[in-house]
Structure formats: structure tokens, C-alpha cells
Design a protein around this ligand. Structure first.
Ligand SMILES: [Zn+2]
Length: 85
């Protein structure tokens, strides 16, 4: 199992409980792959934060920086698109 296969499988597991049959192969890869362990750990923390249901205040200026970063990514990916104002 490669990293790409694990990440694809991770999406399937999240989307479809029947894909839990992949679990054994998944666990095998994960036990020996630190980058994928970090990804899974991040997903787990995200789910925990989401489940706690507490709104988390954004740091000052985050919204502007986030919007600018998204806009830059969008422009890099779709250079011919018109900027949104
Ligand atoms: Zn991996």
C-alpha cells in the first residue's frame, strides 16, 4: 500500500462505513509510515475539535490572510479567471 492508496482509502472510510474492510491493510501501512500517521492524527484532532462544538475565535487578521492566500492559490491555478472583489 502506498501513501496515495492510504489517503484514497482514508477518504473512502470517511465517506462509507462499508469501506472499513480496508482497515487491516490500512493499519499495516500506518504502523510503518510516519507521514500518514501525522495525516491521520490531524484528521482525528479535526474531528475532536468539531465534535466539541465550541466555537473557536480566529486570531486577529486571520480572515484577511486566509482570503488573500485562497485568492493567490486560485489565481495561480486559474490564471485566466477574473478576480472576485
Ligand atoms: Zn504512508
Amino acid at each position: 500500500m502506498s501513501c496515495e492508496e492510504l489517503l484514497r482509502a482514508l477518504n473512502e472510510v470517511i465517506d462509507d462505513a462499508s469501506a472499513l474492510a480496508l482497515y487491516t491493510e490500512f493499519a499495516d501501512h500506518l504502523s510503518g509510515c510516519n507521514p500518514c500517521q501525522l495525516v491521520v492524527d490531524n484528521v482525528r484532532k479535526t474531528i475532536q475539535l468539531y465534535k466539541s462544538g465550541e466555537p473557536y475565535p480566529m486570531p486577529a487578521g486571520f480572515q484577511d490572510r486566509f482570503r488573500d492566500a485562497l485568492r493567490a492559490k486560485w489565481q495561480a491555478r486559474f490564471p485566466n479567471s477574473k478576480p472576485q472583489s
